[in-house]
Write a protein that binds this ligand. Structure first.
Ligand SMILES: C[C@@](CO)(OP(=O)(O)O)[C@H](O)COP(=O)(O)OP(=O)(O)OC[C@H]1O[C@@H](n2ccc(N)nc2=O)[C@H](O)[C@@H]1O
Ligand SMILES: Nc1ncnc2c1ncn2[C@@H]1O[C@H](COP(=O)(O)OP(=O)(O)O)[C@@H](O)[C@H]1O
Length: 312
């Protein structure tokens, strides 16, 4: 019996520019993804021989805060493994185990990360040998954020976020993440963004990548990056979860170089000057209301990577 374990990072969106609502229900984006050192692990194991009637794919989830993660075919890791088996043209079996550290429905793409990890793990376990380009295609069908979890690093996503171009960066950036109690639904936050724009009589702008952001990344200039961080979904996330304004304010007051809601939220991200500054900042924002936990991380880090292979 064999097993493959894949480690996969969370993301923060350094720039999320949201264009108009498209006819297919998605928004055109400029989405600058940045992979950070907060990881889920997905193990795909060959099931023990025996019950031939058992479901071909099973899933278990471990971790302290896994409420809301389905343990059914709705789990994004299972959906990804099924899509991979479908592409290979036959039924394959695997028992999936997800060890979650990425906050659920937190705007850090944990479900997408698990889907990407399942693709890499099952591709290896089943000996399919599909190239990353094929995995990228399957990933994009699962969700807009899934291709980036395969790629990692820092990249700009266009279209609905699935068309990726890696970005040049220098050095390491240090982050603090304030994890919130409870999640926010991504479709609901996009819907609120549209509603707020309509209410204000604002037409959605064409999304354009920030040159100041690209320049800060190229130079590894954390101060300039902090000033260039931007998220068009932030007003919507704040409207749905007003307490996030206090969390962001606390980080700014305590010297964060930049503060923003990560993607659709409710996780708040703070850029620090150094690893020491990140630890100091984390200690200072721990007590803010609505904040379940504070973690530090660095980026960029690689995407879904095989971390171990062995007996299941
Ligand atoms: C907002 C972002 C920022 O990276 O991530 P999260 O903060 O949720 O992690 C993404 O755009 C989320 O991507 P992902 O979570 O993969 O979304 P999908 O499954 O593709 O789509 C879920 C729903 O989100 C909305 N959606 C998503 C992507 C997009 N470009 N426009 C949209 O309007 C649609 O309502 C869609 O039905
Ligand atoms: N493996 C998974 N991990 C987390 N959530 C999952 C997973 N599979 C399906 N989901 C569903 O996707 C929703 C969004 O999850 P997640 O990716 O964690 O958040 P976000 O889209 O905010 O980054 C969850 O609320 C849950 O219902």
């Amino acid at each position: 019996m064999s097993a493959i374990t894949v480690r996969v990072p969370a993301k923060v969106n350094l720039q999320l520019a949201v264009g108009p609502l498209r006819e297919d229900g998605y928004h055109d984006l400029v989405n600058v993804f940045h992979a950070v050192s907060l990881f889920d692990e997905v193990t795909a194991a060959e099931p023990a021989d025996g019950d031939a009637t058992a479901a071909p794919l099973t899933v278990r989830v471990e971790g302290d805060h896994t409420g809301g993660v389905p343990v059914s075919d709705d789990n994004l890791a299972v959906r990804a493994a099924m899509a991979l088996a479908g592409r290979a043209g036959r039924t394959y079996r695997a028992d999936l185990l997800i060890r979650k550290s990425i906050p659920v429905a937190g705007g850090m793409a944990g479900g997408s990360a698990d889907a990407a990890a399942a693709l890499v793990a099952c591709n290896e376990l089943w000996g399919l040998g599909l190239p990353v380009e094929d995995l990228m295609e399957i990933a994009a069908d699962i969700g807009s954020d899934v291709p980036f979890a395969l790629l990692g690093g820092t990249a700009v996503g266009t279209g609905r976020g699935e068309r990726l171009a890696p970005l040049e960066t220098a050095g390491v950036f240090h982050w603090v993440f304030a994890l919130a109690d409870g999640g926010l639904s991504t479709p609901r936050v996009y819907g609120e963004c549209d509603r707020l724009r309509e209410e204000a009589g604002e037409a959605a702008p064409r999304p354009v990548v920030s040159e100041a952001l690209l320049d800060a990344l190229r130079r590894g200039d954390a101060k300039a990056l902090g000033q260039a961080l931007a998220n068009d979904l932030q007003p919507a996330a704040l409207a749905l979860r007003p307490s996030l304004a206090d969390t962001l304010a606390a980080g700014r007051e305590h010297g964060a170089l930049g503060a923003l809601v990560s993607g659709s939220g409710p996780t708040c991200a703070f850029l620090a000057e150094s690893a020491e500054h990140a630890h100091e900042l984390a200690g200072l924002i721990t007590d803010v209301d609505g904040c379940r936990a504070v973690v530090t991380a660095h980026g960029p880090v690689p995407g879904a990577t095989i971390a171990g292979a062995g007996a299941g």
